[in-house]
Design a protein around this ligand. Structure first.
Ligand SMILES: C[S@@+](CC[C@H](N)C(=O)[O-])C[C@H]1O[C@@H](n2cnc3c(N)ncnc32)[C@H](O)[C@@H]1O
Length: 394
């Protein structure tokens, strides 16, 4: 038995432990010692079964390992090295400079995200245990990936207070290049680490650009709704599409999209529509505008099952709108980054949209989250990004 503070579980926790689920909910804890953020030993029936980080949210312990407790630095070093060992060669072989190095539970580092933009690492650490051991985390990261020159912490979001954390955005190592840019496919992108969304870019749709580039879209008119910085449609312009219309509420994202278009010499072929996409899309529809491809990639309307019903109403409106706005024989790419929305639910949505508009749709591809955002079967919640690419006949 280790010297660590102990968390004793109720017998009802045994199933989760047997399935090696890395979350211990508060209701499964009989009694516990230790301070929030401590590394703790987890006991079931008085026997040590796991070790992990103690936190104040509904998830009382984020498990780091099942078995005898280990030194936190040793666990971090091993997991970071393992995450880097296959991602860095894979990224290199694909010519990818921006990718997710650590994807939380899937990499055995719960509530920890590390995105790499060239030699800049951006961290999102949503657990007190990591923040209390920030120096150790960064040291192990630099050992695992010696090419990293700058490390930035970007802890933002509504989920932080329930983890006992506050917004915390700062440069930890090196300096942050205000003009940081990376290519996403053919498209140069500014990386607005501090003011942009996520860690700067949506890396999870990076490979969708390649999926779209196989469609026959020479001379096409493309609508990119909820575009962020528009890499999906700008990539198609670079390949010979005629026009891209970007719809987005963030002025910063749109001005960065324009910067990218200028870099490609394609700014004349881009139209930027800033505002609420629901209103702007309705306006396009009322004016009878049509597109060869409609990309619809809204934010997560259903962060949990509780909001699913309202979310599905929003998705349904957008699906019908997409089918209205696409030309017969054209394509719709519909994405959802809500874990609670399954692939089957997206199919059902497509069916309802098609019935509503008397259209025929064929699902030709189901894009998902890319290789650098892996899913652990123990934590299906990690599978959040789904899409359907459809051909539409009307
Ligand atoms: C999932 S992201 C899109 C990512 C983008 N497709 C990419 O690959 O980079 C959703 C985007 O929708 C924008 N957004 C959220 N609600 C919106 C609304 N009501 N109207 C317009 N844009 C909105 C957000 O600012 C965000 O950029």
């Amino acid at each position: 038995m280790s010297h660590l503070p102990k968390v004793h579980l109720k017998p009802s926790a045994s199933e989760g432990i047997a399935r090696r689920h890395p979350w211990i909910y508060r209701g499964a804890v009989a009694h516990s010692q230790g301070e929030m953020g401590d590394l703790v030993e987890v006991l079931l029936d008085r026997r040590p079964v796991a070790f992990g980080l103690l936190g104040p949210s509904d998830i009382a312990v984020r498990i780091l390992g099942f078995g005898p407790a280990e030194d936190l630095g040793a666990v971090l070093s091993r997991r970071l090295a393992s995450a880097a060992s296959w991602r860095i060669p894979m990224a290199r072989s694909r010519g990818v400079q921006a990718f997710r190095l650590v994807h939380g539970e899937s990499d055995g580092l719960p509530a920890a995200v590390v995105d790499l933009y060239g030699s800049t690492a951006v961290l999102q650490l949503s657990h007190l245990g990591w923040i209390r051991n920030l120096d150790l985390f960064v040291r192990c990261l630099l050992e695992a990936v010696p090419s990293i020159r700058s490390v930035v912490l970007k802890n933002t979001g509504k989920h932080l207070p329930k983890e006992g954390l506050q917004e915390d955005v700062r440069v930890l190592i090196g300096s942050l290049d205000q003009d940081l840019t990376v290519p996403l496919g053919r498209v140069p992108q500014r990386v607005p680490v501090l003011k942009g969304q996520k860690t700067g870019l949506y890396l999870d749709t990076r490979d969708w650009a390649e999926d779209l580039s196989r469609l026959p879209l020479e001379g096409a008119r493309v609508l990119d709704a909820f575009s962020y910085q528009g890499h999906l449609s700008l990539n198609l312009l670079a390949l010979g599409a005629r026009e891209a219309v970007l719809v987005e509420q963030s002025p910063l994202a749109l001005s960065n999209a324009l910067w990218s278009a200028r870099g490609l010499g394609l700014q004349e072929r881009v139209t930027l529509l800033e505002g609420n996409a629901f209103d702007l899309l309705k306006g396009l529809d009322q004016r009878g505008e049509k597109f060869n491809l409609v990309i619809m990639d809204p934010p997560p309307f259903a962060p949990s099952r509780r909001n699913l019903e309202g979310a599905m109403r929003g998705y349904r409106e957008l699906m019908v709108r997409a089918i209205n706005l696409v030309l017969s024989g054209g394509f719709v790419l519909f994405g959802s980054c809500s874990h609670a929305v399954s692939h089957d639910a997206l199919l059902e949505l497509a069916l309802k949209g098609a019935l509503d508009r008397s259209a025929q749709v064929r699902v030709i591809h189901r894009p998902a989250q890319p290789w650098d955002h892996p899913v652990s079967p123990q934590v299906p919640q990690g599978e959040y990004l789904k899409g359907i690419l459809m051909e539409v006949d009307k």
